[in-house]
Design a protein around this ligand. Structure first.
Ligand SMILES: Cc1ncc(C[n+]2csc(CCOP(=O)(O)OP(=O)(O)O)c2C)c(N)n1
Ligand SMILES: [Mg+2]
Length: 349
């Protein structure tokens, strides 16, 4: 297990691309703020889990992957989705449950997906998304496809058994899987330190025989470098990879949560000393790659995109209730029995 803490160089990334990383992180922050406001106004059925503070974890990973690589996400999904290239207006409309959403308003915040963009779904089952990524990695290996699959889960996910079943088999079968633990220190109101044995999640993963790294998740460049190294190894047939991303969510578990389990000082400490956007702005500015005019331009463009996304979502129509059964199952079955499938008319298959 290696710890990447300092900001390494990204010499081979074009200056424009680096500025677009910043643009993506700002887009995520403004999108989340707007989604949170909409949620508190009652416009988002089911509520949301904002990822404000975790922007670098999404952008550093997505930018180190190829567009046709696969990402699977968690209940806290908006940052992963936007970083993977989902259209912000369609993503916002999905949160609002509208027919113009990425999956027609049927899934909402915890089921954002766009197969064309390589987002094989957010997943509300803690630890479940990693299983989808593992299946995608197995498929790629069986079909001889060059893609890698990255599956996110949280520090809470790191304490459920299924996560380690996925990591173990991906290790044994040498699958092109990158398992990414987004350790934001809390699972709802439970501090990770009070329920997590061992020295670190990354060390725990190393015990399964996968190459494992722990990275400063508030440093987009460090996240990018760790993911690039993992993706190269996985693509080269070296087998499953693991990254523990050390990060922090500024908001409560879900929008509107009354936070009683940590202090305002703790949040302020992270925000004032480690904010991923402020750090990257400083990094680009110090290297002479970002002027204040360019930053203003990026902020303006992001604000327009998010304003448009909210207006689009609000003005879009609800899905037609009569279409509720479409795309649900090609078998149109009512359920399973011990003897096989049961059709809607009650007959067995
Ligand atoms: C199998 C399962 N158990 C419990 C829950 C309820 N639940 C939703 S989010 C969550 C905590 C997840 O914490 P973590 O994995 O650290 O992710 P974070 O919310 O910090 O991003 C829990 C227990 C669930 N969705 N699925
Ligand atoms: Mg957590």
């Amino acid at each position: 297990m290696t710890l990447t803490q300092t900001t390494p160089s990204v010499g081979d990334v074009a200056d424009d691309d680096l500025r677009s990383w910043l643009s993506d992180m700002l887009l995520i922050r403004r999108f989340e703020e707007a989604a949170e406001e909409a949620s508190l106004r009652g416009l988002v059925p089911g509520g949301i889990h904002p990822a404000i503070g975790q922007e670098a974890s999404a952008v550093g990973v997505a930018r180190a992957l190829r567009p046709d690589d696969i990402v699977t996400s968690t209940h806290r999904s908006h940052h992963h989705a936007l970083a993977k290239g989902l259209d912000p207006a369609a993503a916002m409309a999905e949160l609002f449950g509208k027919e113009t959403g990425t999956i027609g308003g049927r899934g909402g915040s915890m089921h954002l997906a766009d197969f064309d963009k390589g987002l094989w779904g957010a997943n509300a089952i803690v630890g479940g998304g990693l299983g989808l990524a593992m299946g995608s990695a197995l498929g790629a290996k069986l079909q001889g496809l060059p893609r890698v699959s990255a599956g996110y889960f949280g520090d809470g996910g790191a304490n459920v058994g299924r996560v380690w079943e996925f990591v173990n088999l991906a290790s044994v079968w040498k699958l092109p899987l990158i398992a990414i633990c987004e350790n934001n220190l809390y699972a709802v109101e439970t501090p990770s330190a009070t329920v997590t044995g061992g020295t670190s999640v990354a060390d725990r993963a190393a015990g399964f025989g996968v190459a494992s790294r722990q990275v400063d998740g508030q440093d987009v460049v460090a996240v990018y470098e760790a993911t690039r190294e993992a993706a190269e190894a996985a693509r080269a047939g070296e087998g499953a990879q693991f990254i523990e991303v050390l990060t922090y969510r500024y908001r409560g578990h879900n929008a509107g949560e009354v936070v009683t389990y940590r202090t305002d000082d703790e949040v302020e400490q992270w925000r004032s000393s480690k904010d991923p956007i402020e750090r990257f702005v400083a990094h680009l500015t110090d290297r002479g790659l970002l002027s204040s005019e360019q930053l203003t331009e990026i902020e303006k463009s992001v604000a327009e995109t998010v304003d448009h996304a909210v207006t689009f979502a609000e003005e879009s129509k609800w899905p037609d209730p009569s279409s509720a059964g479409e795309n649900v199952s090609e078998w149109n079955v009512l359920g399973w029995s011990a003897n096989g499938l049961i059709d809607n008319d009650g007959s067995k298959r």
